[in-house]
Design a protein around this ligand. Sequence first.
Ligand SMILES: NC(=O)c1ccc[n+]([C@@H]2O[C@H](COP(=O)([O-])OP(=O)(O)OC[C@H]3O[C@@H](n4cnc5c(N)ncnc54)[C@H](O)[C@@H]3O)[C@@H](O)[C@H]2O)c1
Length: 435
Amino acid sequence: MEKVNVKPATGKLGVLCVGLGAVTSTFMTGVLMVRKGLSKPVGSMTQYDKIRVGRGKDKQYKHYGEIVPLAGLDDLVFGAWDVYLVNAFEAAVNCEVLKAKDILPVKDELEKIVAMEAAFDHDYASRLDGTNVKACKSRWEMVERLREDIRNFKETNGCERIVVIWAASTEIYVPVNEKVHGSLAALEQAMKEDDRKHVAPSMCYAYAALSEGAPFIMGAPNTTVDIPAMWELAEKVKLPIAGKDFKTGQTLVKSGFAPIIGTRCLGLSGWFSTNILGNRDGLVLDEPANFHTKEVSKLSTLESILVPENQPDLYTGYYHKVRINYYPPRNDNKEGWDNIDIFGWMGYPMQIKIDFLCRDSILAAPLVLDLVLLSDLAARAGRYGIQRFLSFFLKSPMHDYTEGEVPVNHLFQQYVMLKNAIREMGGYEADEEID
Ligand SMILES: NC(=O)c1ccc[n+]([C@@H]2O[C@H](COP(=O)([O-])OP(=O)(O)OC[C@H]3O[C@@H](n4cnc5c(N)ncnc54)[C@H](O)[C@@H]3O)[C@@H](O)[C@H]2O)c1
């Protein structure tokens, strides 16, 4: 075992969530209930998974927290921003994900988490009309006000460290613009000049977090930290960034199922994915400009798993389509259908149908917990910039596209990356043995 220098997880870890909607309130309620011994953190890798460390006769299977120093659930302190003036109790009740019996025991704690004013621009999510919004003259002022919020929260709650995670609505699609997003200096200039077209509010949150010493995670498909300017900032302040888009339902299935087709050298002629969803996320995504951001993220998954250039006979020209339809009666209980047209021996066609009746926020909450704990760990381990080992949790993993890097979307390759990062931070050798 090698000696590694990971700072211990002492003191309180402030978790600041952008957005106090379904995902955030389900996450917070769950952690508080688990803390009281009233529920279980099912689906969380940091709380359940065991990894092999060592080989041969030295091999042992350990929980992450036994390999690396992770913050404990008791050490988390929650805060949030939202466009609507709600507290976490109201948010949990309004979004109707959890039953009253799973919320009421932690009502008092949830009520104390009150949404701070959001850095928001109506043009980025036109379906939202909340008024709990900072009045700012420029994007730069947004950054400064958010920095103030982070500092105040840290001081008031006696936190040693902070992590900021975006679980707010998907913004409209912001294509990467080399002139504005290509360098930190250009981005700062654009913020000061109040370039609202190229600087999304989410970029202000990310900039503020990193400037205040907090890792930043993007849970929606927004461009935000997926630009060279933010990579430069993360390198400068030596902090981790990760994103984008929590990999929860359909894309989790896709990134786990596509390898079956690829590994068996079966052909693919088409993959049609459609969803019905009735929560506020679905409402925002009903707007074509917002959906486009999601579409780009969801479409990217297959292309790096079933690659036409590697297997032209099997994967040339397959048709891949993703749809999300807003359907209020289902609320947070999303239904995701996949129709997969494959072909086998001598080109004979076959079909696979998958119908995943999932619960969006129930799947997302453990990811929020894992991403928070692991990015805090990465920061203490001195890792900075894009955290590729967190790709396991993300639909559209960040990668350096300016260098032609191909993201890893294959669920099981991502799992190897995750395990090896934990091993390395724990002082063990990375390896690719199967177990
Ligand atoms: N649940 C999942 O399975 C899943 C998977 C992948 C990604 N996501 C993403 O996670 C995000 C949250 O999902 P949700 O179901 O909780 O949505 P939600 O609509 O219930 O909550 C999002 C909240 O963000 C607030 N908000 C919007 N812009 C804001 C801003 N600039 N600052 C502060 N608050 C802002 C909204 O008012 C809303 O209350 C969405 O972007 C969604 O696409 C969710």
